[in-house]
Design a protein around this ligand. Structure first.
Ligand code: GLN
Length: 234
């Protein structure tokens, strides 16, 4: 392979309830077609996240119990994660991971689970209710339509500097009120889509890989990789 990238799979052994690992398999599937070897490391409890060692990160979803464990540990990784994100490092955070990159998540039992405030959103709890089902959104800027499946108790409200990943066409999205789903901040994408999001929306996987490649190899020509055709899989 001509290029190599390294991905940090944050707490891949704890936040893995919803098959989100399919996102890493999808990244590897497209990476191979782009002439890129993509190595993934699980970075979990008591292990450092080194912003200079990784080219992209993935942070999946899970249950409130695991999120509480991760909430305590991730405070030690906070500074390096913020450094990576502020420096334009690409990442994808789904559901529980999305909530933990923000300020906090009030869990289903009312407990406040601290995030790392890398992104300014916060997440409250619905009263004995979850948003579950198929969802379709559209990003008005890129005109991209995303298809997925949501399953969350949390209701998230975006803050300054964040834009939604898309506007809800069908389904509930971040909070069922403001019509937004997910978040984009710098080169980090957040979403409530399980299913997993990249398997059904390959364009997003391609974008993440291109961002990581251009950041790691600033003088290389990636026009061949940019031309890779992504066939719809939904
Ligand atoms: N436990 C969180 C919630 O219910 C996250 C769930 C998830 O990752 N799907 O909102």
């Amino acid at each position: 392979m001509e290029y190599s990238l390294k991905l940090a799979h944050l707490y891949g052994d704890l936040l893995n309830t919803y098959g989100d690992i399919g996102n890493i398999l999808t990244l590897q599937y497209y990476a191979k077609q782009m002439g890129v070897s993509l190595e993934a490391d699980v970075v979990s409890l008591d292990e450092p996240f080194d912003a200079d060692k990784y080219d992209l990160f993935f942070f999946g979803g899970g249950q409130d119990y695991e999120q509480m464990i991760v909430s305590k540990d991730i405070q030690a990784k906070k500074d390096q994660l913020i450094k990576f994100i502020e420096d334009g490092g690409p990442g994808l955070a789904i559901c529980g991971g999305y909530q933990l990159l923000g300020q906090y998540y009030i869990g289903a039992d009312g407990q406040k689970i601290a995030g790392i405030s890398a992104l300014p959103h916060y997440t409250k709890s619905q009263d004995n209710h979850r948003f579950i089902g198929d969802i379709t959104i559209k990003n008005e800027v890129s005109q991209t339509t995303y298809h997925g499946f949501e399953n969350h108790n949390g209701v998230t409200y975006l803050g300054a500097g964040e834009k939604p990943l898309g506007t809800v066409l069908t389904g509930h999205g971040n909070n069922g009120e403001d019509g937004g789903e997910g978040a984009i901040y710098n080169n980090v994408y957040c979403s409530y889509f399980h299913g997993p999001i990249l398997a059904r929306n390959g364009q997003l996987a391609k974008e993440m890989l291109l961002t990581a490649l251009k950041r790691k190899y600033p003088t290389a020509d990636f026009s061949k990789q940019e031309a890779l055709e992504i066939k719809p899989t939904y």
